[in-house]
Ligand binder design. Structure first.
Ligand SMILES: Cc1ncc(COP(=O)(O)O)c(C=O)c1O
Length: 464
């Protein structure tokens, strides 16, 4: 396929017509967007021919890597057979059914929680809207309509629809559009590096951070709380990995007050943490599990919710008609691609790889970054990694927001052919799960290079 494009023309059409997500439109227009034209394996290329190692898997999506013909073939075949049909009026389609059964077989039972049912959408945001609808319906059906409040966390990301952005804890999003919507409230995130007290261990902090949930439940009134929603590891918030004690204590608290637990695994499922689902990694028992992104490795939009037995039983046996759904719920082409994608993950044992030797190698190499003078703490969980850039390693002194250190570092990453994301002063990665040892070595070489160049710039600006 010809991927040669007229960059200037595409950029001018882009700024004339395309309003990008999470973008300052005027600013982008003055610079011109980077035009990505093709991809293969773990690399993408731009319209100027620059080859870039994509250590973010697109946007935490492309777990099986780029250029997988099997996924294109699955889409082609399904489009020629049945490109679309809805699943509203007592109809179904083969790929949607097969995928639901497959997902049910992959989602492990934990304690008394099992997952036999799937509700489909086309994105993570929509799936979290569906969660809000299901949670409220569940409590209505149980005769507790006053249980409306959903507790989430500051700096969480749960999407960009009205409910998704409200569930999320991003202050910049709340500031635009009068969010959160009513009955959604937030507690502090389990970010030990920032919120741990002097002398406190990570494990002690984990218990204390989980305790904020209990405090909030008591403040709201236990009989008004419907659910707690959280990502196993916060992704878009900067890869915030909770201490080992956090999730067990959260489980104890949600059990104590009987509230539903929603595990938003839009990033953490499908091998990302070394398991099919993120809750397996931490061993907690969610009632609803949000998925999207890597279910198709991002090749085509698909999202959904794994509905646990506790909620499914009530919705199915007592619910009558559930007045909620989407035109593309159970889209046959998206489901066919997801089946092919999961087939690749099974065949190549990608979750096992991340859980095993290659994941350990990544963890070991990434941990070496802790010796770099600019790095306050570098941590991984499965195939996600985060690090915080600091002014002073010993005192943990941070840079000011205005210093824009993350953006400086991100610029050097891109300049040298690496996509690493900046979230404030945190640099994060989520590489494709197909990475080999030598791919990891190459990625680390580029990360070190970017850190060294960032250090040089910060010294030149008198910030170090
Ligand atoms: C944890 C989490 N939930 C929800 C979403 C929203 O997904 P989408 O952008 O597909 O609506 C994201 C997106 O990054 C996410 O990371």
């Amino acid at each position: 396929m010809n991927t040669v494009v007229d960059t200037a023309l595409i950029q001018s059409l882009d700024s004339a017509h395309f309003l990008h997500p999470f973008t300052d439109f005027k600013d982008l227009s003055s610079r011109g967007a980077r035009v990505i034209t093709r991809a293969e394996g773990i690399y993408v290329w731009d319209s100027e021919g620059k080859k870039i190692l994509d250590a973010m898997s697109g946007l935490w999506c492309v777990n099986v890597g780029y250029g997988r013909k099997a996924l294109a073939d699955a889409a082609h075949q399904q489009m020629m057979t049945l490109p679309y049909y809805n699943s509203f009026f007592q109809t179904t389609n083969v790929p949607a059914v097969q995928l639901a059964a497959k997902l049910a077989s992959l989602a492990p039972t934990v304690g008394d929680r099992s997952f036999q049912h799937v509700f489909y959408s086309s994105s993570g945001s929509e799936s979290n809207d569906s969660n809000v609808r299901m949670v409220r319906r569940y409590w209505d059906l149980l005769g507790q309509p006053q249980r409306k409040v959903i507790i989430s966390r500051h700096n969480a990301y749960h999407g960009s629809t009205m409910a998704g952005a409200s569930l999320g804890g991003m202050s910049g999003m709340h500031a635009q559009g009068d969010l959160p919507i009513p009955n959604i409230t937030h507690i502090e995130q389990p970010y030990f590096f920032e919120n741990g007290k002097p002398g406190e261990t990570a494990d002690e902090f984990g218990v204390r951070a989980a305790g904020w949930l209990e405090e909030k439940i008591l403040a709201v009134g236990p009989n008004k709380v419907a659910a707690f929603i959280a990502e196993p590891v916060q992704g878009a918030g900067g890869v915030i990995i909770p201490p080992a004690t956090y999730w067990p204590e959260i489980q104890r608290i949600v059990d104590k007050y009987g509230i539903l637990l929603i595990s938003d695994e839009v990033i953490c499922a499908f091998g990302r943490l070394g398991h099919w689902f993120g809750y397996e990694k931490f061993g907690y028992k969610p009632d609803l599990v949000t998925f999207a992104k890597a279910v198709t490795s991002g090749y085509i939009p698909l999202g959904g919710v794994m509905v646990g037995n506790r909620v499914a039983k009530v919705l199915i046996e007592q619910g009558g008609e559930f007045n909620h759904g989407y035109t593309y719920s159970g889209h046959p082409v998206a489901c066919a691609v997801a089946l092919a994608n999961i087939g690749i993950m099974e065949q190549e044992q990608l979750p096992q790889k991340v859980h095993g030797e290659i994941g350990s190698y990544f963890a070991q190499r990434y941990a070496e970054l802790n010796d770099h003078p600019l790095v306050g703490l570098a941590e991984t969980c499965g195939f996600v990694g985060g690090l915080v850039l600091v002014k002073n390693k010993k005192t943990k002194e941070r840079f000011k927001d205005d210093d824009g250190v993350g953006m400086v570092c991100r610029g050097h990453c891109f300049g040298n052919g690496l996509i690493m994301r900046a979230v404030g002063d945190r640099m994060i990665i989520a590489p494709p799960l197909v990475m080999t040892r030598s791919d990891i070595d190459e990625m680390m070489r580029l990360i070190y290079l970017a850190l060294d160049l960032t250090q040089r710039d910060l010294k030149a600006r008198g910030l170090l």
